[in-house]
Design a protein. Sequence first.
Length: 309
Amino acid sequence: MKASLTSAGFAVCLLLCQSLAPAQAFGVGSADDAKAGVDGTSKSEGEPKASMETMQIASHGSLMNALVYVAAGAGPHPTVILLHGFPGNERNLDLAQDMRRAGWNVLYFNYRGSWGSPGSFSFSHGLDDVAAAVAYLRQPANASRLRTDPSRIVLVGHSMGGFMAVHGAAADPAIRGIAMISGADLAGELEQLQSHDSKAGAIKAMGASLAEDGMAPLSGCTPDGLAKELSDHVSAWRFGAKVGEIKDRPVFVVTSDDGLAAVDDAFASALRQAGDTRVTTLHLATDHAYSDQRTELSRAVLQWLETIK
């Protein structure tokens, strides 16, 4: 068999290995290499190492469960707030790890009433929760402890998290940019339903869609109640209503084959037509969770973040 080694061949191989430095023979880096991370960033002695901090963030009387992936080095580091979807089964924490290796801090939290965070879940509560997370990072004591640069905060949201990112940036001009990964224009979807049905019928259909996505991790809400909330805010909450507030900042719109691409592409086009010259789009042929395109998704997000770091 080709894989077999004769005694003579094995001896030659052994001699060759012995002639190499131990580190080279076994694929172990040199002493200098040991001071660098796998991503090539400096890990000089005495510099703070990468870490993870857990906390609860106050938001309107409740405490949201949260964590921060803290990048190595003294910083201060630019920071991504990673916003999960509805209900949030895909948390995208693999992206968070990659962002940290690239020098970004990443804050992840669960909105009030979701995944064990106390309080009641609603879309309006979620919008307030994003603002509370931003405010937490900007508090001087927290910025110092987490080695965060409060002037460099970016919102990255998946699905409903894209909805939260759009509205969070629209309400806060200091947010440096947003990335939408299959952003869900929830109010726009309800508006579309209402154009083909009565208001009551649209709310019922939207509620059924939300229930299908899964309500178990959420508390203090019902599918129909959430749908009615969207109906009550259709004009103010649809993506198109926020173009004017966002058009001066970098926006990354990532789409997949999940049925949301047309709406998200229309939002990107509206931003460009309004004068935004820093809109980037990417389509990946995959499902809503980007299940078989995780590496490609991470690479694209990191490349985009590098342009605004």
